[in-house]
Design a protein around this ligand. Structure first.
Ligand SMILES: Cc1cc2nc3c(=O)[nH]c(=O)nc-3n(C[C@H](O)[C@H](O)[C@H](O)COP(=O)(O)OP(=O)(O)OC[C@H]3O[C@@H](n4cnc5c(N)ncnc54)[C@H](O)[C@@H]3O)c2cc1C
Length: 336
């Protein structure tokens, strides 16, 4: 086995950020094993990504997210499979689990990589992001196994994970191993008591649509319209640091260098200027749409589309248009 990849699940399917990590794992040109914590592996999706083996860690062994336990499982799998690289998405969980894994095994870890290349026995060359992606740094990892997290914007995303022509391998081509590891109580000391998925919600890190709000929203009351828009689009609200510093929204919703790194299909940034620390968290979005009154705002240089206008007019108009499309009769009677 050349590489193991920790695959986080989002509603039973691989999270977009994990698909990106799998894409980088495939670039190592060898067999890739996916490690999945849950009841079952999404075999077809993993096979499409070129995974040869899926290691399913049963819930009876590790219930929910437990970083040290997840790392202990990966340490065991490195020993069992002889993997020479372990990759994970550069999400909060991916970074935390691989940091634990480095501490347990003494193996070196490089975070937020955009490239990994074998460089002779026991050597990997990596290119990793520093300073919130402003700088790319070459590094050599000299170890029996390299531990690497993958920057959210390292690869294009879901479609990049698929082989040319789409699904070709099918679930039959993947070997599934049900794995019940031996864990000590100490490994399970830190465990997530609840998660957005378990509560029926959606996580900012894995949402397909994020509606972002910044200082331009004007205050806590202004977020009702953004919540409504996010609901209609099947997404969640994310915010800039100004918004959390002002206490308008909780830090768990912050996007950026010191917040969550997001990889949605669409990021709709409303009243956000586009500071580099914010971009560090949303550069992995596949499409960025900005709504801003200032045609010179830095975020426009990053946006695929932009509306130059007041979000307090544009967002309600979008909400009304989406509602009208969903309920044509209500739309005809509405005041849009
Ligand atoms: C070490 C460090 C870490 C940081 N980490 C983060 C981080 O993780 N995430 C983060 O976001 N920031 C972070 N920051 C802060 C960052 O530098 C910016 O200060 C912050 O992102 C700005 O937030 P903003 O875009 O909401 O506000 P502003 O920069 O004030 O921009 C507000 C924007 O709203 C527009 N606007 C105003 N009114 C309207 C309206 N009615 N309709 C439409 N547009 C309107 C304005 O034209 C402007 O572009 C960090 C800073 C430091 C130093």
């Amino acid at each position: 086995m050349t590489a193991l990849c920790l695959v986080e699940l989002d509603g039973g399917a691989p999270a977009d950020a994990s698909l990106r990590a799998l894409t980088l794992a495939r670039s190592l040109d060898g067999e890739v094993g996916a490690v999945v914590f849950g009841d079952a592996a999404p075999e077809e999706a993993l096979a499409d990504c070129g995974v040869s083996d899926a290691y399913v860690i049963e819930r009876s062994a590790v219930e929910g997210y437990a970083p040290a336990a997840w790392a202990r499982v990966l340490a065991g799998l490195i020993a069992d499979t002889g993997a020479t690289a372990v990759l994970a998405a550069g999400t909060d969980r991916g970074q935390e689990v691989l940091a634990h894994l480095g501490a347990i095994t003494g193996l070196p870890m490089a975070a937020n990589c955009v490239q990994i290349v074998p460089d002779g026995p026991g050597m990997h060359r990596v290119v990793r992001q520093r300073w919130a992606g402003l700088l790319l740094e070459d590094a050599i990892l000299e170890a029996p196994a390299a531990l690497v997290t993958v920057a959210a914007d390292a690869v294009a995303g879901v479609s990049a994970a698929l082989p040319p022509g789409g699904a070709t391998r099918g679930p039959a081509s993947i070997r599934v191993h049900l794995h019940k590891p031996e864990l000590a109580d100490a490994d399970l000391r830190v465990r997530a008591a609840e998660s957005p998925a378990a509560a029926g919600g959606m996580s900012l890190a894995t949402a397909r649509v994020v509606v972002g709000g910044g200082r331009g929203v004007g205050g806590p009351g202004g977020f009702a319209a953004l919540e409504e828009l996010a609901d209609l689009l099947g997404g969640v609200v994310g915010v800039s640091r100004v918004v959390t510093s002002e206490g308008w929204r909780p830090h768990s919703q912050q996007v950026g260098q010191t917040g969550t790194k997001i990889t949605p299909e669409v990021y709709l940034a409303c009243g956000i200027s586009g500071a580099i620390q914010h971009i560090a968290g949303c550069a992995g979005a596949r499409h960025l749409i900005a709504i801003n009154t200032d045609s010179g705002a830095p975020i426009l240089a990053r946006a695929d589309y932009a509306v130059i206008g007041d979000l307090h007019q544009v967002v309600p108009a979008l909400v009304a248009a989406l509602r009208a499309r969903r309920e044509p009769d209500a739309g005809a009677a509405g005041s849009v």
